[in-house]
Design a protein around this ligand. Structure first.
Ligand code: TYM
Length: 333
């Protein structure tokens, strides 16, 4: 384990499409803030994870570059934070193989994401989809991360990374920092606007359910106005009101208001006034980032130079852990 003064944070994002409002509120926005809170942050785009589902090659490359530009537009500061593309740091694949050999079939079979994705992609239940959590554990453990900030859907993956770390440390002595998940209070599970029982996701077939961070104001307004709510009209958080609960969660995450404050603000006003208010808050939040994004993404040379320069920074940290692991398990280094 490394003796770091600052606590290290690690998180990564798949780039299989444009980020959603769920990614933004559950993860990205909080991660950018953590840079200012005295953590040593390491972030990356998980393009190797993306291969577990069939991708259009040109699309994956395009979305990877766009996702990189989006995080820079949000204010990711490369003086403070290491931000790289996973496949440019080969240590991830190397450690993942080793960790595969310290992970049990039974524990991988219990992963909710594996069950969901294999049901959704029944024609392509590949080995990578099954061992996905080992690659994710490698991502985390290579950097000796203390905390892994994620949305609620990734908690189980952080827990298995902890189990793998503890198992390995138990056999070989202290090697890995055992990471803790960090889940936000609001926005940890943003649900589809069309089906508030399932999470908002890039791969949602109904695009009205998902707000992309690049949606224009009219689209955002239209999608919120059409959001599914229950038959009542009162803006109140409660059981059986998943649609309204979701909108309240989004509004709370964007404005910083509590549920009580929101209930007071919309007392007697109904969904007809609430939905456009949520849309306006989201539009105002995204607009300045979208403007910066357009400038950054247009400068292809700058983007390429930037992400290429980050890979060696990440490799230097990752190799320290990988060499130690290789030595411990008996590989010749
Ligand atoms: P991914 O790419 O699905 O999502 C990236 C981040 O966004 C969060 N998120 C959400 N939060 C709230 N509501 C939603 N609807 C929503 N959808 C997504 C996710 O929880 C995540 O924090 N396996 C990971 C990527 C990964 C990773 C890692 C994460 C690879 N290696 C190492 C942490 C550490 C994934 O597929 O996230």
């Amino acid at each position: 384990m490394e003796n770091q003064e600052k606590k290290r944070i690690l998180s990564m994002y798949q780039c299989t499409g444009t980020f959603t409002l769920g990614n933004y509120l559950g993860a990205l926005r909080n991660h950018i803030k953590l840079q200012e809170e005295g953590y040593d942050c390491v972030y990356a785009l998980a393009d190797l994870h993306a291969l577990t589902v069939r991708q259009v090659p040109a699309g994956l490359r395009k979305y990877t570059k766009e996702a990189y530009a989006w995080l820079l537009a949000m204010g990711l500061d490369l003086e403070k934070t290491v931000f790289f593309i996973q496949s440019q740091v080969p240590q991830h694949s190397q450690l993942a193989w080793i960790l595969n050999c310290y992970t049990q079939f039974g524990e991988l079979s219990r992963m909710t994401q594996f069950k969901d994705k294999s049901a959704k992609h029944a024609d392509n239940i590949n080995a990578g989809l099954f061992t996905y959590p080992c690659l994710m554990a490698a991502d985390i453990l290579l950097y000796q991360a203390d905390y892994v900030p994620v949305g609620a859907d990734q908690k189980q993956h952080v827990e298995i990374a902890r189990d793998i770390a503890e198992r390995f440390n138990g056999i070989y002595g202290g090697t890995f920092t055992v990471p803790e998940p960090m889940i936000p209070k609001h926005g940890a599970r943003v649900m589809s606007l069309q089906n508030p029982l399932s999470k908002m996701s890039k791969s949602d077939e109904n695009q009205n359910g998902n707000i992309s961070v690049l949606d224009d104001p009219d689209t955002i307004m239209r999608k919120f106005k059409r959001a599914k709510t229950d038959s009542g009209s009162e803006v109140r958080f409660g059981e059986g009101k998943e649609g309204v609960n979701n909108l309240m969660g989004i509004y709370a995450a964007v404005t910083g208001k509590s549920y009580e404050e929101i209930e007071r603000e919309f007392a007697g006003k109904g969904y007809g006034e609430f939905k456009p208010a949520v849309a306006e808050a989201v539009i105002a939040e995204l607009r300045p980032i979208q403007e910066r994004y357009r400038q950054i993404v247009a400068d292809k040379a700058f983007l390429e130079e930037t992400y290429r320069a980050q890979a060696p920074r990440a490799q230097a940290i990752a190799q320290r852990t990988l060499s130690r692991v290789m030595k411990k398990v008996g590989l010749v280094i």
